[in-house]
Design a protein around this ligand. Structure first.
Ligand code: BG6
Length: 481
């Protein structure tokens, strides 16, 4: 059966920066199913040729694949079509429906509707697809991909789920979080569940705490208008950081299928101890980089956090008493995403040998790999010990480029595998956890947000907050390069 990918928001940034480059890379690798067509829909009046030409340029800029070559682009371009239209106009949807039927030559096809528009258009597109019978699966599977942000709080996420479920079955809905498409995130599952060496220590008896850091060097830049209403909690915590927490903490699924994997992930969220509003302020630190207020689109007196650190507790047999520290910020000292498993300090060792515990560092980006930190005797210096490491690096071990996160995820939607996509209950539970932090951090009773200098690891208060809990942040720029 052929495939049709319909992109709503065809002239937007996401389409040109991520989606089309990912599809082009799949084409080059020979992984895109042969009968795939890509149909763009947006208001800009454009011909097929004009859209193709624009995409060739933007793909060359963003595809991370070297020069775009004529042969592969030539093949790829024949798949690309454009249909101008307005989401608010019923007749434009009718035209789109006719165009799709024409391109599919009346045959059955798998259709993927991709919501790459601004979020306020998600519900109108879904409703219009329903009204035109375009979600019905009489002529092949119909799937919808919903980008983040999935709502701005629990209430709006529930409303969006209700709109989706009014038109699509849950099995047709693919809520994308590109962090789950990263090779190294998926490898956490392999590391944990394919290696007997880690399983016995992956619990409260051996692990003191877990740190999950997503540090970005970039500032908010041109995205001020969006970012100032979102802040780091909505932009990074509700989705990417909680996803990393779930894959780190979940139990082994009985099968690697969408139901079993997502059941286990949701159980982690269900086990996170709810905090009342009084506890929330002490369970986190927020900061704002100096200069944020001058970024375009940012309110002059904005209290929006561009840095956040929070502490969550998972009340289950495996994790009770092991804090999970989640931290993310813009304008930090470097770009790195790391999960640090801090092991218990050997009690006798505390007195005799050393003060630093073993660590397992899983680096998600920029370079992907794993380091195990352990003590070694320094030669010739009695029992003086030093922390050294064992290292696995993806690039050293496996040749060739790692696929960009959108590549495997797009293929998964085409084949109908939802394991790496968030389920309705998963996004709602995530908002339930993050909402109280948003409420407290935005409350007028909070002291002014702490300012940090760009290039630091957030405000000083963040290190002090950790120290007060007897721990230190693992503040190392990429341990693997
Ligand atoms: C996006 C956020 O979801 O993730 C951005 O909206 C952020 O603010 C980006 O920069 C980070 O993604 P990555 O893959 O570069 O770590």
């Amino acid at each position: 059966m052929s495939h049709t990918i319909v992109i709503f928001g065809a002239s937007g940034d996401l389409t040109s920066r991520k989606l089309v480059p990912a599809l082009y890379n799949l084409e080059r690798a020979g992984s895109l199913p042969p009968d795939t067509r890509i149909v763009g829909f947006s208001r800009t009046p454009m011909s097929d040729e004009a859209w193709r030409a624009g995409l060739r340029e933007s793909t060359a800029q963003h595809c991370d694949c070297g020069p775009v070559d004529d042969a592969s682009w030539g093949r790829f371009a024949t798949r690309i079509h454009y249909q101008p239209g307005d989401i608010g106009q019923a007749e434009d949807f009718a035209k789109l429906d006719r165009r799709l039927a024409e391109l599919e030559a009346g045959a059955d096809a798998t259709r993927v509707y991709y919501l790459a528009t601004a979020p306020q258009f998600y519900e109108p597109v879904v409703t219009a697809l329903g009204a035109h019978g375009m979600a019905a699966e009489t002529r092949g599977p119909r799937r919808i991909v919903v980008e983040k942000p999935f709502g701005t709080d629990l209430a709006t996420a529930r409303a969006l789920n209700a709109t989706l479920h009014g038109v699509f079955h849950e099995s047709q809905v693919f809520r994308i979080d590109h962090y789950l498409g990263k090779e190294s995130v998926q490898n956490i599952l392999a590391l944990r569940f394919a290696n007997t060496i880690f399983e016995p220590i992956w619990n409260r008896r051996y692990i003191d705490h877990v740190q999950i850091t997503v540090a970005e060097e970039v500032k908010v830049g041109r995205r001020g208008a969006y970012y100032d209403t979102a802040g780091v909690l909505r932009d990074m915590f509700q989705n990417h950081l909680l996803q990393l927490l779930m894959v780190t903490a979940m139990e082994a699924p009985v099968r690697f299928d969408a139901t079993a994997v997502r059941n286990e992930k949701v159980k982690v969220l269900e086990a996170i101890r709810p905090l009342d509003l009084g506890e929330v302020a002490a369970a986190g630190v927020r900061g704002q980089y100096r200069g944020y207020l001058d970024d375009p689109g940012v309110a002059a007196n904005s209290q929006t956090a561009t840095f956040g650190a929070i502490r969550l507790e998972i009340d289950d047999w495996r994790w009770q008493g092991v804090p999970f520290y989640l931290r993310s910020g813009k304008a930090m000292s470097c770009r790195t995403t790391q999960i640090v498993i801090g092991l218990e300090l050997f009690a006798a060792g505390r007195r005799t040998f050393h003060r630093e515990p073993n660590r397992l560092v899983i680096q998600i980006q920029p370079a992907e790999g794993i380091q195990l930190h352990f003590h070694t005797k320094v030669p010739g210096e009695g029992m003086r010990l030093r922390l050294t490491d064992l290292e696995f690096s993806y690039s050293r071990e496996f040749q060739g480029r790692l696929p960009e996160a959108y590549e495997p995820l797009l293929l998964d939607v085409m084949t109908g595998d939802a394991s790496l996509f968030a389920r309705a209950d998963e996004v709602e539970k995530s908002w339930e956890i993050i909402d109280p932090f948003v409420r407290v951090w935005h409350s007028v009773d909070m002291p002014p947000v702490d300012v940090y200098e760009p290039g630091e690891w957030g405000p000083v208060a963040s290190a002090e907050w950790m120290a007060a809990q007897g721990r230190t942040w693992f503040d190392l720029c990429p341990v693997l390069t």
